[in-house]
Design a protein around this ligand. Sequence first.
Ligand SMILES: Nc1nc2c(c(=O)[nH]1)N[C@H]1C(S)=C(S)[C@@H](COP(=O)(O)O)O[C@H]1N2
Ligand SMILES: [Mo]
Length: 170
Amino acid sequence: MRTMTALSLGLALLASPALAQSITVKGPAGTVTLDAAALAALPRQTVTLDAHGTKHDYSGPLLMDVLAKAGAPTGKALRGPELANVVLVTAADGYQVVFGLAEADPNTRANRMILADRDETGPLDAKTGPLRLVVEGDLRPARSARQVIQLEVLLIGRPPPAAASAEHKH
Ligand SMILES: Nc1nc2c(c(=O)[nH]1)N[C@H]1C(S)=C(S)[C@@H](COP(=O)(O)O)O[C@H]1N2
Ligand SMILES: [Mo]
């Protein structure tokens, strides 16, 4: 009886790829792992991506809402030195893309970035998902990484060369 229940649950999970996904998000507040339920709790957007003439309507939370779970600054907090934050996106096949955090901020740019878990046909297949970054407005789909497993917010700002050398003057 117990075996049957575990088996049924296992089969149910296998049949719903969206339930098996999780993503690691690293940011100023630390590292969080978000599962499908955590992603499903966020407001959703739909963005159409044209990859080599094939269009899909991808849907999922705004990337900024996902990054905020790890403490990424947004809106008015995304100012001054915080504008030197970048986001490193890593996929299961080792593919990586990077962009400025402000590019993902809906308070800064109209073009959206979403972490899609579905297209118009349902949960994303293994080649594309379970999670795909979809970058609205890009002329090429190269930054729309498939099979995203990790997001990392990195503050890469440093003092400009003049200020750095001034520190060493005696
Ligand atoms: N994980 C991963 N994502 C990726 C790539 C890749 O090699 N690996 N290639 C990129 C490039 S160069 C393109 S053109 C698009 C192709 O999207 P499609 O597979 O939906 O046609 O995926 C992008 N996302
Ligand atoms: Mo490409």
